[in-house]
Write a protein that binds this ligand. Structure first.
Ligand code: AP5
Length: 215
């Protein structure tokens, strides 16, 4: 199954992609996680991406397209993947279409996570992420068993730099301007499916399965 998740910051894309990865063994390809890992390892990519990410701006298309093309060529992505956070501009969507055609593959579903802005802000301000595995928590909605520590690998939880109020505002604006045209691009194709992304995690997961498994 080859899926694309498109949605605003805090829409729950990462949370749902990780559930699909754990329960259906579909690899999650999260461009934000790839960039955060590059920053943590202080690579050239990480050093270039850091400032844009902290400010809530996008990393240049050419960089992101090259990363995703390379990632899609790895064997674990052959049978399926969830692209989480890519494409998020029209040039990225066009480049992905070309890549997928060249590889003679087909995207099965583009899932549009729909959620009201006031809910997003609550989700983002309470988010905490584990330093080692990137596991996602929320202080109120998905708290870890032990405060400040990941349930799975016991590493410390941190707040993302771009989850500060100014960066959240900027990410929302960027989403409206740069990413909504991506949804228009896919709406014209039969792969598009809207998802009501409000409600509890498991409720959203059930709705997601209904969308993904629909023939
Ligand atoms: P990225 O990491 O992709 O961030 P994003 O798209 O803004 O999405 P988020 O990770 O903030 O949210 P999410 O939808 O995954 O929500 P989550 O599941 O964590 O990108 C970061 C930056 O990298 C970008 O700003 C850009 O600079 C750069 N970048 C990345 N890709 C790029 C690209 N293609 N091109 C250019 N630049 C790129 O959930 C949020 C919180 O809500 C969590 O605390 C979670 O526990 C909680 N939660 C989730 N679901 C529920 C639920 N149903 N009920 C209650 N709480 C919930």
């Amino acid at each position: 199954m080859k899926l694309i998740f498109v949605g605003p910051p805090g829409g729950g894309k990462g949370t749902q992609a990780r559930l699909l990865q754990a329960r259906r063994a579909i690899p999650q390809i999260a461009t934000g996680d790839i960039l955060r890992e590059a920053i943590a390892q202080d690579t050239a990519l990480g050093r270039d991406a850091r400032r844009s990410m902290e400010a809530g701006e996008l990393v240049p298309d050419a960089v992101m397209i090259a990363i995703v093309e390379e990632r899609l060529r790895r064997p674990d992505a052959y049978e399926g993947f969830v692209l989480d956070g890519f494409p998020r501009t029209l040039p990225q969507a066009e480049a992905l279409e070309e890549t997928v055609n060249r590889m003679q593959r087909r995207i099965d579903r583009v899932v549009d996570f729909q959620i009201r802005e006031e809910i997003l802000i609550r989700r983002l301000s309470g988010r905490r992420v584990c330093q080692v595995g990137g596991h996602i928590y929320h202080l109120e909605y998905q708290p870890p068993r032990e405060a400040g520590l990941c349930d799975i690998d016991h590493s410390p939880l941190y707040q993302r730099d771009d989850d500060r109020p100014e960066a959240i505002r900027r990410r929302m604006e960027v989403y409206q301007v740069e990413t909504l045209p991506v949804l228009d691009f896919y709406q014209a194709r039969s792969v598009y499916a809207a998802l009501d992304a409000e409600g509890e995690v498991e409720e959203v997961y059930d709705r997601l399965l209904a969308v993904v498994d629909r023939r």
